[in-house]
Structures are given as structure tokens and as C-alpha cells.
Design a binder for this molecule. Structure first.
Ligand code: ADP
Ligand code: MG
Length: 285
């Protein structure tokens, strides 16, 4: 039988908007000394705004192609682009393929269209100007029929409690905090430095995130929590000792896969969850 204290712990967590999917995780979280986080939607708001538009074709046509293809994706980046376009002039899309960690491919008006990061265009052997990679913002590039057609930059901001969340994790004794992101390395490093994250890696594909997590788990005595919003994060959520998902913005797959769900998406709740676990343990034993 489950000790009564665990029910109290799960209740206390729930009152704080933290959903534990079992008393075993309430116990395991007390041993967490390593926290690995996703950037977009976890430490940042995941609410992007289009800043700069540079089309190689007339701007109206450029935005129309870009927004049309992005209207097929649920990624926060895609939502920003569709919103910016006003969602009018959307063209008929066929044969959409989402390429995880890269972007999208589809047919529009009989043209093969790509929208995504530099890696996506490189994968298809499409050249684009160096200035795009030099932007210290997230960039989305468009290609039509194998030809580069322009880019937009989009910006995201840190969540209001992101810095405090990292401070609180260090304060409860977490001695390694790592940020993993599919976004550009330059942006990933900047966000990590601003927030006080110990280590950061960018330009990662979903499988690269898995490899990074495996490497961390292989270090002696590491008990690892992974925290993500779940878009492309389900494999790392499953691999971690304690998988934590952001519940409001997060994808359904993430919420299913996670052991702990943070309902209001505040990263400061990670340290709160550890504290509640420890307080519960004192009552149980
Ligand atoms: P993260 O949440 O760490 O940014 P993702 O795997 O969700 O990681 O995305 C990685 C990168 O792939 C994004 O930063 C973006 O460059 C690109 N990407 C993913 N989906 C899209 C999309 N729908 N449109 C444009 N780019 C995308
Ligand atoms: Mg993400």
C-alpha cells in the first residue's frame, strides 16, 4: 500500500499546478541532481513575432507562400508567421511533409516549396546568402522549386520566471543544468548565458538531443530530469529518469509521455516540484 504521505505530496503538488503521474516520481525527483531543458516553449515563451522580412520575390507573394506552408504546422514558429500574414491569401497546399528539427516541405501551385532553417535548405542542396546564418535571431528560409526565395527573422522572449527558475534549481542543489535546442547555436548560447544555465547546445535534431541526454546519463551518479514543451521532445522525455512537460503550450504526446506535468508552464515549478518531493519524503519516513 502507498504511504499516506505520498497522497499529501501529490495533493500539495497539484495545488501548485504540478501533476505527478505516480508516487514513485515524487520519490525519484528528490534525487534529481541534473536538469536538462529544451529552450523554445520551456525557458522562452514560445510566442514568436516576425521582425524582419527579406524576400527575393515580391513581398506579398513571398509571405503568401511562406504563410501557406506554415499554416500546416503547429510549431510556435509557424503560428507567428501565419499571424503576421493575416492568414489571408493562403494558397492551396498539397503533399505536406513535416521534417522534424528542420521545417516543412509541400507543393503549392505545382511548385515544390520548402520552409525551415538553413539545415533544411542545405539538405536539399539549395544555396542561400551567408548573412542569413549570421543573424542572431531565429530565421526561417523559403525555397521554391529548388531556389532560395528569402527569409524572415523571428524573435522569442525568455519567460518572466526563467532566470529565477535556474537560480532556484542551483539553490536546491542541482549541480548541472543543460539547455538543448534545435535553434541556432548562437541564440542558444546567448539565452543560456542570460539565464545562468551551466551548459548549452544548439542546432540539434531530435536524435541529437537523445545522444546528448544519453551522454549525460552515462556520467556517474547522475539522476536526470528532462523538461520540455514536447514538440519533437517525446524521445528525450521518455529517456530521462524524470520526464517533465509543460502542460499549457505543450503537445499532447509530451503530456502523455511525461511523468510530471507543469500545468501553467512556469519553469520555476521544477524546483518547487523537487522541494515538494523532499518535504513529502520527510513525512513518509
Ligand atoms: P526547439 O524547440 O529546441 O527549437 P525544434 O525541434 O522544435 O526545437 O525545432 C528546431 C528547429 O527546426 C527550429 O528552431 C526551426 O529552425 C526549425 N523548425 C521546426 N519546425 C519548423 C517550422 N514549422 N517552420 C520553420 N522552421 C521550423
Ligand atoms: Mg521545442
Amino acid at each position: 500500500s502507498i504511504p499516506l504521505g505520498y497522497f499529501g505530496g501529490i495533493g500539495a503538488a497539484s495545488a501548485n499546478g504540478i501533476l505527478f503521474k505516480g508516487s514513485n516520481y515524487l520519490d525519484l525527483i528528490t534525487k534529481v541532481n541534473t536538469v536538462v531543458l529544451d529552450k523554445t516553449g520551456t525557458l522562452t515563451q514560445g510566442v514568436f513575432k516576425v521582425k524582419e522580412v527579406q524576400g527575393e520575390i515580391p513581398e506579398k507573394e513571398f509571405i503568401s507562400y511562406l504563410a501557406s506552408i506554415e499554416s500546416q504546422s503547429t510549431h510556435p514558429i509557424a503560428k507567428a508567421i501565419v499571424e503576421y500574414s493575416g492568414a489571408d491569401n493562403l494558397l492551396k497546399i498539397r503533399n505536406v511533409r513535416e521534417i522534424a528539427g528542420h521545417g516543412l516541405a509541400a507543393e503549392i501551385n505545382g511548385n515544390e516549396v520548402l520552409a525551415g532553417n538553413g539545415k533544411l535548405l542545405k539538405q536539399f542542396g539549395i544555396a542561400y546568402p551567408n548573412e542569413v546564418d549570421e543573424k542572431v535571431e531565429t530565421t526561417v528560409l523559403l525555397a521554391i522549386d529548388g531556389k532560395y526565395a528569402g527569409f524572415v527573422t523571428i524573435a522569442d522572449e525568455a519567460k518572466t520566471d526563467a532566470q529565477q527558475a535556474i537560480t532556484a534549481l542551483h539553490a536546491v542543489g542541482v549541480n548541472k543544468i543543460v539547455m538543448l535546442s534545435g535553434d541556432k547555436t548562437s541564440i542558444t548560447q546567448k539565452v543560456a548565458t542570460d539565464l545562468g544555465v551551466d551548459e548549452a547546445h544548439g542546432d540539434l535534431l531530435p536524435e541529437d538531443k537523445v545522444a546528448q541526454l544519453e551522454k549525460i546519463k552515462a556520467e556517474p551518479n547522475r539522476v536526470v530530469a528532462f523538461v520540455g514543451d514536447g514538440i519533437n521532445d517525446a524521445p528525450v522525455l521518455a529517456l530521462s529518469d524524470v520526464g517533465m512537460a509543460m502542460g499549457a503550450l505543450g503537445s499532447d504526446v509530451a503530456i502523455e509521455t511525461a511523468d510530471v506535468v507543469i500545468q501553467n508552464d512556469m519553469p520555476s515549478k521544477i524546483a518547487t516540484a523537487i522541494k515538494i518531493g523532499r518535504a513529502t519524503k520527510k513525512i513518509v519516513y
